[in-house]
Design a protein around this ligand. Structure first.
Ligand code: SIN
Ligand code: MN
Length: 285
């Protein structure tokens, strides 16, 4: 596979500057009030926790020393940055997803139009997206609205794109206003698809999708068609960032498999994350 490993780059020093303890209120944002009462309209909403209070840390992946990020250009507008997100930022992201993910507008298992369920839990920040109504409804069918996009995720995304642009000049800048969060348990997966529900202008300009992986690793496929035998395969580990924009904005991609026991031990120790993988995709609608 043509996989040119670019030079190791300086990572912008990013800190979420959290004053809170692990389980305290996160990111200092206040919940928007809901003017539509919360109902169990989705039929599948029961609180989903990323955190296991009794989890014993059994990870075989005892990564301790933090590695430097490496920038791997995969195509025009497409780059994989290994080891980008610091342990502290990974912990903060798990905690903010846990906090908002447990409330109204939090994690649920969405369905396709035909009723089949997606093989993961999902929630959105900033804007509602779901496989049936796409971006057309600002409220979910249970009446809940998505929590606001934490400003720390906005600034992290902008820093990521700036750092990536140092290696990939054609990558457009963007201002994220939506984050889709998926949590895949070990049996979770996602078939090959294109992300093409964002606005005509966003797609036309090739504004990038910035995908952050946390927790257990995933076997990730990408390619120019829906034929998985013609796809390239990469492993996305905790802390990796995959970006597709510019000419690669409509690349087919999917999650083939979650690799058990691959979550870095320090992350498990800091978060008690249940087995599985958290993925955040930040976009500009
Ligand atoms: C997505 O395509 O929306 C998510 C991809 C991933 O989980 O890596
Ligand atoms: Mn996608």
């Amino acid at each position: 596979m043509p996989f040119s490993i670019q030079m190791v780059a300086l990572r912008s020093s990013l800190s979420f500057r959290m004053q809170n303890t692990v389980r305290g209120p996160l990111f200092g944002i206040s919940r928007q009030s809901h003017n539509i009462p919360f109902t169990k309209g989705l039929g599948e909403t029961k609180p989903f926790s990323l955190i296991c209070p009794e989890l014993t840390t059994k990870s075989v992946c005892e990564r301790t020393a933090s590695k430097l990020p490496t920038y791997n250009i995969l195509g025009s507008g497409m780059i994989l940055i290994k080891n980008y997100i610091s342990l502290k930022d990974q912990v903060d992201i798990v905690n903010v997803c846990q906090k908002w993910g447990m409330g109204p507008g939090g994690f649920y298992q969405p369905s396709f139009q035909n009723g089949a369920k997606l093989q993961f839990q999902m929630m959105c920040f900033g804007r509602n997206w779901d496989p049936v109504t796409k971006y057309n409804k600002s409220y979910r069918s249970d009446g809940s609205e998505p929590p606001p996009l934490p400003k720390e995720l906005t600034s992290l995304t902008k820093t990521i794109v700036q750092d990536a642009q140092a290696h990939l000049v054609e990558l457009p800048s963007m201002h994220p206003d939506i984050c889709i969060v998926n949590f895949y348990q070990l049996s979770g997966r996602l078939g090959l698809h294109q992300d093409r529900d964002e606005s005509y202008d966003s797609l036309r300009r090739g504004l990038p999708v910035v995908s952050i992986s946390i927790g257990d690793s995933a076997v990730f496929l990408y390619g120019h068609s829906r034929d998985k035998t013609k796809c390239e395969k990469v492993v996305l580990d905790s802390g990796d960032v995959f970006i597709f924009g510019g000419k690669s904005r409509l690349v087919y991609h999917g999650v083939k498999q979650i690799i058990p026991n691959s979550c870095p031990l320090p992350l498990l120790q800091e978060t008690a994350l249940i087995p599985g993988r958290l993925n955040l995709t930040l976009r500009q609608f």
